[in-house]
Design a protein. Sequence first.
Length: 327
Amino acid sequence: MHYKRSTSMLEDIIRFEKTIISQEQQLFELQNYILTNERKMQELKLLARQLEQTCSLPCKDTVDISPITGTDCQDIANKGATTSGLYYVKPMVATEQFLVYCEIDTDGRGFTVLQRRKNGQVPFNRNWIPYKEGFGYLSPDDSTEFWLGLEKMSQLTAKAPIPYALRIELVDWTGNTKHADYAMFRIGTEEDKYRLFYAYHLGGTAGDAFDGFDFGDDPSDKIYTAHSGAQFSTPDNDNDKYDGNCALQSGSGWWMNRCHAAHLNGRYYQGGRYTEKDSGAFDNGITWVTWHDRWYSLKETTMKIIPISRLTVTGGQQSGTKQFGGL
Ligand SMILES: [Ca+2]
């Protein structure tokens, strides 16, 4: 009996010892784990200190936005702003102000810029919501591409008390610049699919591609490719006059008819020339066919608005349409 009990005790002791050894091993592993974590924390602290130092240098992650605001960029120029850059505007019908790029020239003209292409860095193959809300990047030095957004364009122009002119500026790959002006420009509301309205082509050097173009494919070419009065279409929202889907074929949002003679939201082709093979059959480049043909994609585009009375600089020696001073 005594022997048996001591055997049992011995077994117990051995068992306990094994448990202790195993737990010590676990403890050792945990201590290692703690050490590793402490080392990681040290590394992170060091990294944080380095980042703090970097950011205590002039670490500019914001841009200067002028305190001057107005209903549009001409209003802002009238209030004394003399430099191009980013400003907040609040059109009469808008509930909130929003940021725009204002191009202000030495004649005191303030253009509100609606669209800008210049390097192909921002894809314009987007659906309805991005085209409605706007996309791309606004920059104070006019270095980035953007689409301001149909809702903002509509707020600026649909019920504006003063009539606007739309100025379109185009640059090709040899550096030539041309423009086209449209009178009484406005964009309808979303209920009307942001329809494009204007009264007439005011002039310019680029021709009137918004009026359509006779490509020679079909007698109705010119009617089918005119943009005046067209609703806006995107790949996911087809409001064109074509059995198919122009915006889907062209991979963009635009005031599509059946389909287009002007297409400033097209695909960006470096160098300008592209072929059916490059595009997958459709002329989907950045086109303005009354200047360059539909297989030539422009290098830069700008769409901007100004009260029509201010488009032409008059008085003194500056009478007549003043040429804009580069982009
Ligand atoms: Ca259609």
